[in-house]
Design a protein around this ligand. Structure first.
Ligand SMILES: [Zn+2]
Length: 90
């Protein structure tokens, strides 16, 4: 797995991530410090979600299956009743 590398905006040396302030699942402020001792620049980068390349397996059916798998046996019976009732209404 590749790890994202931050580059100092002043001297282009590798910067260390000191802190991540996650504002939203798709947006974070990343606090960085330059590793070049002669530079010493500390700065904040914004990392944001851009677009999906392959959809999550947890969307739609995957999410429902995950929920059902996590349910105790007796709750599954109850859930089945709810689903059958909902199907009748539709
Ligand atoms: Zn630097």
């Amino acid at each position: 797995m590749r790890v994202m590398k931050m580059i100092c905006t002043e001297c282009l040396a590798i910067a260390t991530i000191r802190k991540t302030n996650r504002k939203h699942p798709q947006l974070a402020d990343v606090y960085c410090s330059c590793t070049n001792v002669e530079c010493g620049h500390s700065f904040v980068m914004t990392v944001s979600f851009s677009h999906t390349l392959s959809p999550s397996a947890l969307k739609g059916q995957g999410r429902v299956k995950e929920l059902i798998d996590a349910m105790p046996e007796q709750d599954r019976e109850k859930a089945l009743e709810f689903l059958l009732q909902a199907k009748k209404r539709a």
